[in-house]
Design a protein around this ligand. Structure first.
Ligand code: KG4
Ligand code: ZN
Length: 366
């Protein structure tokens, strides 16, 4: 079965074609992502109307490239992200997908963006041995899924395909949002995650003792805004040490020219976030006797998070499988959307195209 995936929930226009078979899983035929970083970087975050305008401009060229790269296969199904996300962005992808489905007379399924992040673990990149063969050969459910993106941080128990229980989520900022805000504070640019992880490589994570919010709480929720505020006060402290009056100018970002121990701050912040994410996920996996842990979402592209998850897990249990998609499939893409659509059809799910609507706050678990 060949599936066309369409993703426009935030600032990446994604169009992909995947080939899926049961029980082998899905193989990528093409996976085109048009990034809008240059458009949003001057604003330090995504501007919804500019994002929608760029999606409108890019979506058709992305489709044509994806079709060409996949050698124009016959499409059996269309999967499109309907939420959660920015409404102006979602509307572009959803209406484009509906128009294609109507015009081509193809079935279409609306897909939850968070579920799609989880299903990135079922993708087989071209020519690579990946998680998918492994997943199919092993008994992986129940799986504990940590979805960490710019908009969400959720711990989800996946009991089987399409069967979810939400265990916990962030009470304020998402993990990726905290990376982005700290980067903004340090004048490092947007998006913050990749820049912080790069700077952190040259820093000492023990330089500053930052809080690990809710690390020992008796639930599976997270909170990252306090950690971000701790970085703000750390920067203010450093500025005071350098004799700059705090009264002179409120601090929202580091003034140019102020010398800060940026790599040390980045490494200390990153380690605090990683400690919380790993500790709470392992606790939930133990409590729910999970057979595997699946990491996904943009923050899952973080090298230290991937490495430390692996080492902490092998120290804790040799029974627990650890799965994480290749880095380019952790951030937003349409191949994960198409893969989710495949598993939906396996569960005999069908949708009338006229029923498919963009929903900013679409929930994976009611
Ligand atoms: O999943 P995603 O592409 O979009 C959303 O659904 O939000 O995630 C984007 C988020 C951004 O906040 C970005 O800073 C973060 O993922 N991110 C990272 C890394 N790469 C992307 N965070 C930490 N380390 C990274 N290497
Ligand atoms: Zn995402």
């Amino acid at each position: 079965m060949i599936i066309l995936g369409i993703e426009t929930s935030c600032d990446d226009t994604g169009i992909a074609l995947v080939k899926c078979r049961s029980p082998q899983g899905c193989e990528i035929l093409s996976n085109v992502v048009s990034s809008q970083i240059k458009i949003h970087a001057p604003f330090g975050g995504v501007v919804p109307n500019l994002a929608a305008r760029a999606h409108l401009k890019n979506i058709e060229p992305c489709l044509l490239t994806a079709l060409k790269e996949a050698k124009n296969p016959k499409i059996d199904l269309i999967g499109v992200t309907t939420g959660p996300g920015l409404i102006p962005s979602l509307l572009v992808g959803v209406n484009f997908a509906k128009a294609l489905a109507y015009n081509w007379r193809k079935p279409i399924l609306g897909i939850n963006h968070l579920e799609a992040h989880i299903y990135a673990n079922w993708l087989k990149p071209i020519g690579e041995i990946s998680n998918s063969q492994f997943l199919i050969s092993k008994n992986i459910f129940p799986a504990l899924c940590l979805v960490v993106s710019g908009g969400h941080t959720q711990l989800i128990l996946m009991k089987g395909h399409g069967k979810y229980k939400l265990l916990g989520q962030t009470r304020d900022d998402a993990a990726g949002e905290a990376f982005d805000k700290v980067a903004k504070l340090l004048n490092l640019g947007y998006p913050g995650g990749p820049i912080i992880s790069q700077k952190a490589q040259k820093g000492n994570f023990q330089s500053f003792n930052l809080p690990r919010p809710m690390i020992n709480s008796h639930n599976y929720d997270f909170s990252f805004s306090g950690l971000k505020t701790a970085v703000l006060y750390l920067v203010k402290g450093q500025r005071q040490k350098q004799g700059q009056s705090l009264l002179r100018r409120p601090l929202r970002t580091v003034p140019q020219g102020l010398s800060l121990r940026v790599p040390d701050i980045c490494a200390s912040f990153q380690q605090a976030a990683i400690d919380v994410l790993i500790t709470k996920t392992i606790k939930a996996a133990k409590d729910y006797r999970a057979k595997s842990i699946m990491l996904s979402g943009g923050v899952a592209a973080n090298d230290q998070l991937r490495k430390q998850f692996n080492s902490r897990l092998s120290a804790v249990s040799s029974q627990l499988n650890f799965l994480v998609p290749p880095k380019n499939l952790c951030t937003d893409n349409a191949a994960m959307v198409a893969t989710t659509a495949f598993y939906r059809t396996q569960a005999s799910q069908k949708q009338d195209w006229s029923q498919i609507q963009a929903q900013a706050n679409l929930k994976l678990v009611a």
